[in-house]
Design a protein around this ligand. Sequence first.
Ligand code: FPP
Length: 243
Amino acid sequence: MTATIPHHVAIIMDGNGRWASSRYLPRLAGHKRGLDALHTCVRHCGDRGVKVLTVFAFSSENWSRPPDEISGLLDLLANALEREITPLHAQGVRLHFVGDRSRLSPKVQAHLADAEALTAGNDRLVFNICFNYGGRWDIAQAAARLAKDGRAITPDSLAGALALAHVPDPDLLIRTGGEHRISNFLLWQAAYTELYFTEKLWPEFGPADLDAALADFARRERRFGKTSEQVRLALAASQRQAA
Ligand code: FPP
């Protein structure tokens, strides 16, 4: 049986702070190592044939963290943009920033828009960076836009107005760092997503860990509300059609 590679992988990159604290380092050192892990992960996703990667880099709730950690994360984003945009572009990565940009400085907003414009023609891997994002914010902003345009609010219209409407729903959601919750990430989109939790802290999450998550995903049966028998019959029919 050929392994099923998820089209869209989403990741909650948790554990940077604990990784740093256990080494008597400032929390920001953990976020820096987390950025290195992200760099490796993007490359590995592309190599494995994942087509969309969506990561939670800063949540709507993270503004309540200590001010120096917030400014450190904002600087990390700005520096990462400057340093990584050329190699990402060379890898065929298309960047999208997902979230409420209004609290970011005009300079960072301009950098985000430039990065998106530069990579708009790439199609090897769509890379969504959720920054100042929250699932509740997303559903509320989508509903508000529909209401403003006088459109009916239905599951389809709402899905089309969400900040991630440019990609299909995630197939696999990985959370590192040992917690078993969604933490206001992709609330709408994760309705049928396979969840994968690992104790590994994000800075230590490497290619072998991603492969373990992909292997676990390949063993799942995705039923989308159907019975196991219906799924097996549909699979057999599609295999007959492909033969
Ligand atoms: C959660 O770990 C992680 C974050 C809030 C930030 C994630 C950011 C990165 C991986 C690097 C930055 C990426 C960009 C694109 C700027 P935590 O701090 O909650 O860890 P803890 O649970 O151990 O305290």
